[in-house]
Design a protein around this ligand. Structure first.
Ligand SMILES: N[C@@H](CCC(=O)N[C@@H](CS)C(=O)NCC(=O)O)C(=O)O
Length: 204
């Protein structure tokens, strides 16, 4: 399998951690969605977004949720990261959704603050995005396990999405963490103690 995209993307990082925790064999191609890399990315995904996971038979998968769903469906025995059914599955999926939503808003904030030409920036929109990211982080904090992980055997998909959202906020706009999210911060720190997670740390 080939994973396209840089781990600075919270979506690519989630897939990278998933692959690592499941012990999958894959090649990582850390291409940008801009500049010289753009045409290579477009050839794999016409919408020009990452992550893209290319399977060994050439099938191309896009969208983090759909990629993780495929990986879980085809997981080696005992390596599923989402419970198969019932309330535990719902809780895990909803924590993933909260992590995903939070990360999406944090990415939008980067576009608003760093990419948009200054004369076109819209302070009310930036304030709204900030409120949304902080709302998501507060909810992830509330839902974080006090100790250990939510999965039976370790990190589950919800833990991954929560830790990645926290680290992305820290990396992109550290002031977003000022209200303090102690349980989420502790979860993210525990995650860094796991090799499959730590080795997806974005390059400086
Ligand atoms: N919903 C998508 C979001 C993917 C996404 O927005 N990726 C960003 C990288 S952080 C990207 O490729 N942005 C380029 C663009 O949208 O033009 C997913 O979860 O896979």
């Amino acid at each position: 399998m080939i994973l396209y995209g840089r781990y600075v993307s919270p979506f690519v990082r989630r897939v990278g951690v998933w692959l690592g925790l499941q012990g999958r064999d894959y090649e990582h191609r850390p291409l940008l969605v801009a500049g010289d890399d753009l045409e290579t990315i477009r050839a794999q995904n016409p919408v020009a977004r990452v992550p893209i996971l290319v399977l060994d038979d050439g099938t191309r998968l896009i969208e983090t949720f759909a990629i993780c769903d495929y990986l879980d469906e085809t997981a080696p025995a005992g390596m599923r990261l989402i419970p198969a059914s019932g309330p535990a599955r719902l809780a895990s999926m909803q924590r993933m959704a909260m992590g995903q939503s939070t990360a999406e808003k944090a990415v939008a904030l980067i576009y608003e603050n760093n990419r948009r030409p200054e004369e076109f920036r819209w302070p009310e929109w930036r304030d709204r995005l900030t409120m949304q990211v902080r709302g998501g982080l507060a909810e992830l904090d509330r839902l974080a396990p006090e100790d250990g992980w939510s999965g039976e055997g370790g990190m589950d998909g919800g833990d991954i999405a929560a830790a990645v959202a926290y680290h992305f906020a820290e990396y992109s706009n550290p002031w977003l963490l000022e209200p303090g999210y102690p349980r989420l911060a502790a979860l993210a720190e525990r995650a860094m103690g796991i090799d499959a997670y730590a080795r997806t740390k974005p390059e400086a």
